[in-house]
Design a protein around this ligand. Sequence first.
Ligand code: HEM
Length: 117
Amino acid sequence: MDVVRQILLVLHIIGIGSLLGGFLTQMKGMKTGDVRVVPAMTHGALTMLVTGIALVGVLQADDVEVDNTKISVKLAVLIAILLMVWANRAKDRVGTQVFGAIGLLTVANIAIAVMWT
Ligand code: HEM
């Protein structure tokens, strides 16, 4: 099971790269309001959800203790990100406040993942 967990973790991190990377490519336009949700962000957010839930399943199947509070917070933050990304994915322009919130919440979830012990 450990190799499955490792593969899922690699995919989980690729998901972060896609979500945050997509955000960073658009960040320059925040000054002028010319920003949009690119497909990399939608795909990255969905990848985070699928791999995150699968990781919890694999860890629990291996009887590894999972911090349910931390996972719940990460899940809630990701759902907020997903709702914003999904609702705006077909628009030519996204409000800079909504767009900034997507980036901020993504970074917050990275900090929660790494710093919450
Ligand atoms: C934007 C959303 C997310 C980000 C940025 C993120 C980030 C990370 C990072 C950086 C790690 C590696 C560090 C660590 O092991 O703690 C990690 C691991 C993990 N994440 Fe996420 N995550 C997100 C969403 C989720 C969600 C929604 C779930 C579950 C529903 C989840 C479940 C997990 C689990 C179980 C691990 C630990 C894997 C292990 O110990 O082998 N993540 N996440």
